[in-house]
Design a protein around this ligand. Structure first.
Ligand SMILES: Cc1cc2nc3c(=O)[nH]c(=O)nc-3n(C[C@H](O)[C@H](O)[C@H](O)COP(=O)(O)O)c2cc1C
Length: 399
C-alpha cells in the first residue's frame, strides 16, 4: 500500500513524483472539475542519469518534494525537461533551481523563452528539436517530439523507447484526482467524461495541431501514456489515441453551410433573418439558425466548426450587443472554425453600437468580413432590406 507522499513506479525506472489536488473545483478559474486534479511530474532513472519531467503547481511543492526525494536527492537531478511552461507544471522550477542551480533545463525554444520571462533569472537551458534523440548513456535514449499548441505553443512530448512510454504533457490528460496512492487508469473509476471534458475545454481549439501530433505519436511504440493531469494510461492507450483522432477530425455534412446567430427582442432583426435565409437557401446553402437566448452550446460549437460562414443578426441593447450574443461568441475561441468568414446586421433605435462591436470581436478572432455590416433604425425600409441582401450576395461571392 502506497502512503500519500511516496513516489509511484510507472515502470521500474520511471517514477511518478507529482501531487494530488482533490479539493480543486475550478481549474485555472475557468474549467470545472468533478474530483480535483493531479499535477504529474515523472522522474526517469536511466543510463546513470536522473531526469525529471515537469514539476507541479508551486502550492504543491511540498508534496512533490517529498515524493521526488523519496527516489532521488534534488542535488542529484541531472536534467529537467519542461514539456510546456504553464504554471501548474513549471511553477516549481524556480524553487528547484534554487536547490540545484546546476540543473539544466531542456524544452522547446519557446519554452525556454517563456521560462526566462517567468523566472526573470539566468538558468542553463538547451532547446530541443523535432525528433532529437538524447543519448543518456549505457545505450539508453530519450526522444523529443514537438507538439506545438497542445495546448501551448511551447509544448513537447518526450518518448522513452526503453520504457515504451510517451510523456505527453497536457494532451491525453484529464482533471481527475485518484485516491492517494492510486495513479493508473485500471485502478480508478471511469473517468471518460473528465477525459472528454478536458479535450473539449482545453484541446478542442487546436484540432489541426492534434492531428499533426497524432501522426507523430502513432509512429512510436507506446505501451503507456503519462499525461500531466489525471491517470496514467497503461490499459486504455489505444482508446485514448482513437478518441483524440475522432474528436479532432471535423465531420461536416457536404454542401455550403451557413450558421445564423440571432438576437432580436422585438423580432425586427429576426424578420430580416428570414429574408437573409431565403436568399442563402435560394443559392443552395443550408442555413442553421440559432436563437442566442436559447443557445444549445454544444450544437453551436459543432456548427461553428462546420460553417462556411457565420452570419450574425443582432439588435442594439444598452449601447451594446445583448448579453446572449456575447455568451455565444465566447465559442469563437473554444473551437477550431472551418472557415472564418462572417457578416453582421441588426436593428437599433438611436445609437446602434451592436453591429460594429460584433464586427470588432470577429476581426479580433481572425474572421474576415464579407461586407461592411448593415444596420437600420427600428423597422427596415426597402433600401435597408436591399442593402442587407446586397451584403448577403457579397458573402455568397466570397464563399
Ligand atoms: C432593453 C433595450 C435596450 C435598448 N437599448 C438601445 C440602445 O442603447 N441603443 C439603441 O440604438 N437602441 C436600443 N434599443 C432599441 C432596439 O435596438 C430597437 O428597438 C431595435 O429595433 C430592436 O430590434 P429587434 O426588433 O430586432 O429586437 C434597446 C431596446 C431594448 C429592448
Amino acid at each position: 500500500m502506497e502512503t500519500e507522499m511516496t513516489a509511484i513506479a510507472v515502470t521500474p525506472r520511471l517514477h511518478w513524483v507529482g501531487a494530488y489536488d482533490p479539493q480543486l473545483r475550478i481549474f485555472d478559474e475557468l474549467y470545472p472539475t468533478r474530483s480535483g486534479t493531479t499535477y504529474n511530474a515523472y522522474l526517469l532513472q536511466l543510463g546513470g542519469k536522473n531526469i525529471l519531467f515537469d514539476t507541479v503547481e508551486e502550492h504543491f511543492f511540498d508534496q512533490f518534494h517529498a515524493r521526488l526525494t523519496s527516489v532521488c536527492a534534488i542535488a542529484d537531478i541531472d536534467l529537467l525537461v519542461t514539456q510546456h511552461t504553464e504554471h501548474d507544471h513549471a511553477g516549481s522550477i524556480g524553487r528547484l533551481l534554487q536547490l540545484n542551480p546546476r540543473l539544466k533545463v531542456y524544452g522547446s525554444q519557446a519554452a525556454l523563452r517563456f521560462l526566462g520571462q517567468q523566472l526573470n533569472r539566468e538558468f542553463a537551458g538547451e532547446a530541443v528539436k523535432e525528433g532529437q534523440v538524447l543519448e543518456l548513456g549505457e545505450g539508453a535514449q530519450l526522444q523529443f517530439v514537438l507538439a506545438p499548441f497542445l495546448h501551448w505553443p511551447d509544448t513537447i512530448f518526450s518518448y522513452l523507447p526503453t520504457e515504451q512510454v510517451l510523456i505527453s504533457g497536457d494532451a491525453f490528460g484529464a482533471h481527475f484526482c485518484p485516491a492517494a496512492g492510486r495513479l493508473f487508469d485500471d485502478e480508478v473509476s471511469n473517468f471518460q467524461a473528465d477525459f472528454q471534458m478536458y479535450f473539449d475545454t482545453i484541446v478542442r481549439p487546436f484540432k489541426s495541431q492534434v492531428q499533426d501530433a497524432l501522426k507523430k505519436a502513432l509512429s512510436l511504440d507506446i505501451r503507456t501514456i503519462c499525461p500531466s493531469h489525471g491517470p496514467v494510461r497503461r490499459r486504455r492507450v489505444t482508446e485514448a489515441l482513437t478518441d483524440y483522432d475522432r474528436w479532432s477530425t471535423l465531420a461536416c455534412a457536404e454542401g455550403r453551410r451557413i450558421l445564423l446567430l440571432e438576437h432580436s427582442p422585438h423580432g425586427t432583426t429576426r424578420a430580416m433573418g428570414d429574408r437573409v435565409t431565403q436568399r442563402l437557401e435560394a443559392q443552395g446553402c443550408t442555413v442553421v439558425r440559432f436563437k442566442a437566448v436559447e443557445l444549445d452550446e454544444a450544437r453551436f460549437q459543432d456548427e461553428l466548426e462546420c460553417a462556411d460562414a457565420l452570419v450574425i443578426g443582432a439588435a442594439t441593447i444598452n449601447r451594446d450587443a445583448g448579453p446572449p450574443v456575447w455568451k455565444a461568441l465566447v465559442h469563437l475561441s473554444t473551437v477550431t472554425p472551418k472557415n472564418r468568414l462572417a457578416l453582421v446586421y441588426g436593428a437599433y433605435g438611436w445609437s446602434g453600437e451592436a453591429v460594429k462591436l460584433i464586427e470588432e470581436r470577429l476581426l479580433g478572432q481572425r474572421y474576415k468580413l464579407a461586407a461592411p455590416g448593415v444596420r437600420w433604425q427600428f423597422s427596415p425600409t426597402e433600401s435597408d432590406i436591399a442593402a442587407c441582401l446586397a451584403q448577403v450576395d457579397a458573402l455568397l461571392a466570397a464563399l
